[in-house]
Design a protein around this ligand. Structure first.
Ligand SMILES: [Zn+2]
Length: 186
């Protein structure tokens, strides 16, 4: 159900860098085990907005590390929320934009494109935009078609009932079924 793939992001042209937030030398940052953390405002997440996701911002922490394969890597931890419009009822679908991903630093785009394993990679460079790195990970969580499990029809929700929200990270067909069943018993 996830619409965006990492290799696509790796090869997509990003906006021209405004230099508004830190850039890091990826390999050096990882080798030295550095860490940078902070808060990204909505202004610093323009691609999320372009994809129709409204957010108040994201907290992040970027850490340089080595992965289990002994390769230099960046760990991207981020935390926040977003909202997209439901494609059925146009109501807001709340999204959990939180994650903790480890990205192996790749020497070339070719390495990323031809890798045949489940290691997440990002192209290493001497000027990696921190905001972009975090935004990429948030974009990967966006549903291609944002939709409520069950749209809130006007007046149908009782007070105690959850306004339908979608937990992007772990929607299983079973939970969808369960909520359908619950709805049927009313
Ligand atoms: Zn809806």
């Amino acid at each position: 159900m996830f619409g965006y793939c990492r290799s696509q992001l790796a090869t997509t042209n990003k906006r021209p860098t405004g230099g508004s937030l830190a850039e890091i030398d990826g390999l050096q940052f990882a080798r030295a085990g550095l860490e940078i953390s902070g808060q990204l405002s909505a202004d610093q997440l323009p691609r999320l907005a372009e994809l129709g996701c409204r957010t108040a911002g994201l907290e992040f922490r970027l850490t340089g590390t080595k992965n289990s394969r002994g390769k230099l890597a960046l760990r991207v931890h981020f935390n926040g929320g977003g909202e997209m419009s439901c494609q059925r009822c146009l109501g807001p679908v709340e999204l959990d934009l939180s994650g903790d991903e480890e990205l192996e630093l790749a020497g070339s785009l070719q390495e990323i494109e031809t890798a045949n394993d489940d290691v997440d990679r990002v192209l290493a460079s001497s000027s990696m935009d921190v905001a972009e790195l975090v935004e990429d990970e948030a974009i990967l969580l966006l549903p291609m078609v944002p939709r409520h499990d069950r749209c809130a029809g006007a007046g149908f929700l009782s007070a105690g009932e959850d306004v339908a929200t979608v937990e992007v990270k772990k929607v299983s067909p079973f939970s969808v079924l369960a909520s359908l069943k619950k709805g049927g018993k009313r």
